[in-house]
Design a protein around this ligand. Sequence first.
Ligand SMILES: [Fe+2]
Ligand SMILES: [Fe+2]
Length: 322
Amino acid sequence: MSSIESFPGVTADVGKQDGVLAAPPLAGMMEAVDEVRVTADVAELALRADEALRRHIESTHSQMRKYARDLNEVIQRERAKSLALEDANQQLRTFADQLRASMEREQQRASDLENAYMEMVRRLMTASTYKDRETGEHIQRLGHYSRLLALEIGLPEGEANMLFTAAPMHDLGKIGIPDRVLYKEGPLNEEEWAIMKRHPEIGARLLEGSQSPLIEMARVVALGHHERWDGTGYPYGIKGGEIPIAARIVSICDSYDALRSRRPYKKSFSHEQACSIIHYGDGRTAPEHFDPLVLEAFLRVNDGLNQIWESIQDPVELAWDR
Ligand SMILES: [Fe+2]
Ligand SMILES: [Fe+2]
């Protein structure tokens, strides 16, 4: 059975006109309906697509506007941060400038204080030479010899520089020795020697109790500069490493300068003679009086010691030499 025949009341003749099989009217209607329906569906779909597209565009725009707002906020926040950083940076620069100015003021104050302090030490030393027979040139040379020797034996530069200033104070205690002993022409008797031998302790007492490392070094030098390596010195007769190194250095330098200097009771020796006496002894001065390592260093830098002697000359020495 054909499909048409399957519908009740519809025969196979339906649609036949003059023997020609015409399209059944119901099928045409169906097609038309279908066509209308398809057209309607397409329009509907187009509307829906249009709507979806519109919504999508709106949503995209909305999202873009949100992104733009967010981006703007981020830019504003970053700009504020940048301004705050610039501000903090400026404050830091101002603070650094103030700190630098403050440090410079403090350094200037410390330098003024140091200069005043050193000036007082020099004036004290000058005052001591009014009393002592030793000259200002002798104590200056002693500072230079001692620094040279300290560096040669490997003391740190700071200590060597300190010794440069401390060494000239070695005979400060002579301030406390009576003139009759200090200025006596000719040899001292036993009682007078006993008095003279007090000058290291008097000097040490004048310098004791200071917080300053320089003054403490000067005290050690004043107390120990007549001690000898072999224990035959004074005031305590200590020996070897018991004698502080600063005093051991000043001791040999003081002996060298004394040998080079003219005294009422002795002639001045040449550099070679002075070195030879220190190296080999002469009955009064003996190599055993000195720390062997300091003596070796002394001999190594002897040219430098001679240069110091020649460059810092006492006008009186020059007059005597003439
Ligand atoms: Fe002395
Ligand atoms: Fe001296």
